[in-house]
Write a protein that binds this ligand. Structure first.
Ligand code: FES
Length: 159
């Protein structure tokens, strides 16, 4: 990964990703996916470089980044916890779990703890409806969660 001194994607690397997709139609989405995959986020400086390189407005790039939940504008925490809030999980206590987890980490869903250890996110169905409440921790799927089990998983390094 090529990053600058602040840990953000280096401009030359962003330009290289653009070049790799230059001939593609609708290149913005695949470019954003590549940058997200490589750097874990798409910051405002990267948005500006992409706007210049693709000859579109910053607002257009920002609009796409903010529309898709897969893209983030800031780096995620060491562990990303995605809590399912869809109907089947709600029916078995997902909202209680969300409230408890927000209290434990001191940040609402959508934010990262100040120490950068955990990012809380919400999702609406992980395809694990029979085993709710469900969540993903760093991409791994877990079911029948309560606060204690979720905290144990994080502490045990399953995340
Ligand atoms: S409703 Fe939560 S996994 Fe489907």
């Amino acid at each position: 990964m090529t990053v600058d001194s602040a840990g953000a994607p280096a401009e030359e690397r962003v330009r290289a990703v653009v070049e790799a997709h230059r001939a593609d139609r609708g290149a913005l989405l695949p470019i954003l996916h590549d940058i997200q995959a490589e750097f874990g986020h798409i910051d405002q400086r990267t948005v500006a470089v992409l706007a210049t390189e693709l000859n579109i407005s910053r607002a257009d790039v920002h609009g796409v980044v903010s529309f898709y939940t897969d893209f983030r504008s800031e780096p995620a925490g060491a562990a990303t916890v995605r809590l399912c809030r869809a109907e089947a999980c709600r029916a078995v206590g997902a909202e209680r779990l969300v409230t408890q987890v927000e209290q434990v980490f001191g940040v609402p869903v959508g934010q990262t703890t100040p120490d950068g250890s955990v990012t809380l996110e919400q999702v609406f169905c992980l395809g694990n409806c029979a085993l709710g409440p469900a969540a993903q921790i760093n991409g791994r799927l877990y079911g029948r969660l309560d606060e204690g089990r979720l905290m144990d998983l994080l502490a045990e390094g399953h995340a």
